[in-house]
Design a protein around this ligand. Structure first.
Ligand SMILES: Cc1cc2nc3c(=O)[nH]c(=O)nc-3n(C[C@H](O)[C@H](O)[C@H](O)COP(=O)(O)OP(=O)(O)OC[C@H]3O[C@@H](n4cnc5c(N)ncnc54)[C@H](O)[C@@H]3O)c2cc1C
Length: 454
């Protein structure tokens, strides 16, 4: 593995103690094309040691609800079976990683730990906290970005236009198949606790979204199937119809990418095998490569990625100048939650979110900008948008989400537009604009069947 994939090193990695190697799986929940896993295996092979993979299930995480845990656990069950086939031990522990990981390391004589890089504040501080409690070496590996986040850029980028050339310059260097996971020759012989998959989900104190009716197949196999189906059947329509929520043109890959059941690297390699250089793929590559990696860049380098302070200077100044503008409509969180606004298009988008766990890409921007328009302040708009997105989007709690919300409300990665009420110089979107892009009534009728939601 290219050593630039290692983002953070805690303690001395060169000093080799005797003992099993641990991979604490977190953001990258797959066996294939997982840099951290293959790196950990390489070290275990070199030192002739067993390899153990651990997943720590927390009771709650950033508004995640029952459906998110359900999706994740179904995927993890497949991962566990895959590891077993490779003679790699897997265990899942329930509780607080900052207690359980150090305890596990002590009890099992672990000599070195590898874990997934994650730009989110909560994950970074958790890793830091664990590193302070252990004495063995620990490394974080970036398996989420094709070009490792700190290699792509050493600072927060202004926008896609500044990161894009850097990423494309490094693409060839980093986009290649990685070594397959081998059947591990050294078994882990100590007993690990059994995982009761059938009761695990219901043992957690999770809120259920009563409106959610979708069922998504989960796991690395399902992610691959989603990718293949997209490349074969929808990719050619992506450029023409990706802004039309009444057409099936998007990949639908975000839940699989978010939970690391598939990597963007696997998707780009699959595209390369098919028609990577055709014009149909250009727009898609811009999203799954440039925009996605720009989100990690923002969250990694800007600690305020989820609040007003993270916005660019011009945007903060402009929003500040419009704080006292009269708001024709003001809604409470509950009004937004139940889609009870005066705007049927907005309500329909909210009901798409509640029932399917997604909002179409184009409408996500409209949905979020209207929250800015109909709340007391940009701070309140941020808080409402993040809570709704993280609680109900199956792909929520993701750098793409915090970045998309900061783009919509705070002009992040965008430029100043014509000044107007409330928005200041932040780009505005309206119903008429949506009508020019797609059949708004058809969309509304799909998600607002019941008049009480109208
Ligand atoms: C207000 C708002 C909230 C958002 N919340 C989330 C979120 O919680 N999780 C999430 O993954 N994405 C989020 N996005 C980004 C984008 O809307 C979704 O990635 C996209 O809708 C997912 O559907 P798809 O996989 O079918 O997209 P496709 O168009 O098929 O794109 C493929 C992949 O490219 C990446 N991508 C696409 N658009 C963007 C973008 N604008 N920024 C960064 N990466 C992108 C994603 O990884 C996506 O899965 C948000 C955008 C906005 C404006």
């Amino acid at each position: 593995m290219d050593p630039r994939r290692v983002i953070t090193v805690y303690h001395d990695t060169k000093k080799s103690n005797q003992g099993p190697i641990l991979y604490w799986m977190s953001r990258e929940q797959r066996t294939e094309s997982n840099w951290a896993l293959s790196y950990a295996q390489q070290r275990a092979l070199t030192e002739n040691q067993p390899l153990i993979v651990i997943f720590v299930l927390m009771d709650s995480f950033l508004h995640a609800n029952y459906s998110h845990y359900d999706f994740m656990l179904r995927g993890l069950k497949e991962v566990a079976a895959g590891l077993q086939k490779h003679n790699i031990a897997f265990t899942l522990l329930k509780g607080d990683p900052s207690k359980l990981i150090p305890q596990f390391i002590r009890n099992h004589g672990i000599s070195h730990m590898v874990t997934d890089f994650d730009p989110l504040r909560q994950k970074k501080s958790l890793q830091q906290h664990i590193a302070e409690k252990i004495t063995v070496s620990m490394e974080t590996v970036d398996g989420h970005n094709i070009v490792p986040v700190t290699t792509a850029s050493k600072k927060q980028e202004y926008g896609a236009y500044t990161l894009r050339p850097k990423l494309h310059k490094l693409l060839e260097e980093f986009l290649h198949q990685q070594p397959k996971i081998l059947k591990h020759p050294v078994p882990f012989t100590k007993e690990l606790p059994d995982i009761s998959w059938s009761t695990l989900l219901d043992s957690l104190p999770l809120e259920k979204n009563p409106y959610f009716t979708a069922t998504y197949p989960s796991g690395p196999r399902a992610g691959k199937k989603q990718m293949e189906d997209f490349i074969e059947n929808r990719l050619n329509n992506y450029a023409a119809h990706s802004n039309d929520p009444t057409k099936e043109a998007l990949s639908g890959l975000s839940p699989y990418l978010h939970f690391g059941q598939i990597s963007s690297q696997q998707v780009l390699l699959a595209l390369e095998e098919s028609k990577f250089h055709s014009s149909a793929t250009r727009d898609f590559v811009e999203q799954i490569f440039v925009r996605k990696e720009l989100s990690d860049n923002y969250c990694y380098y800007n600690i305020n990625y989820d609040n007003f302070n993270g916005f660019p200077h011009w945007a903060k100044k402009s929003l500040d100048a419009h704080r006292r503008d009269p708001r024709e409509h003001l809604y409470a969180y509950e009004d937004f939650l139940h889609g009870n606004t005066h705007d049927r298009l907005w309500n329909a988008a909210q009901w798409e979110l509640l029932t399917t766990g997604k909002i179409h890409s184009y409408l996500r921007m409209y949905w979020c900008k209207k929250i800015l328009q109909w709340t007391k302040s940009p701070e309140e708009a941020m808080a409402f948008a993040i809570k709704l997105n993280d609680s109900y989007s199956i792909d929520g709690r993701d750098p793409n989400g915090y970045t998309g919300i900061a783009w919509s409300i705070g002009g992040l990665h965008d430029r100043a537009w014509k000044e107007r009420e409330i928005f200041g110089k932040i780009r505005y979107m309206n119903y008429q604009g949506a009508k020019r892009k797609f059949d708004v009534l058809q969309y509304i009728n799909t998600y607002l069947k019941d008049e009480e939601h109208g």
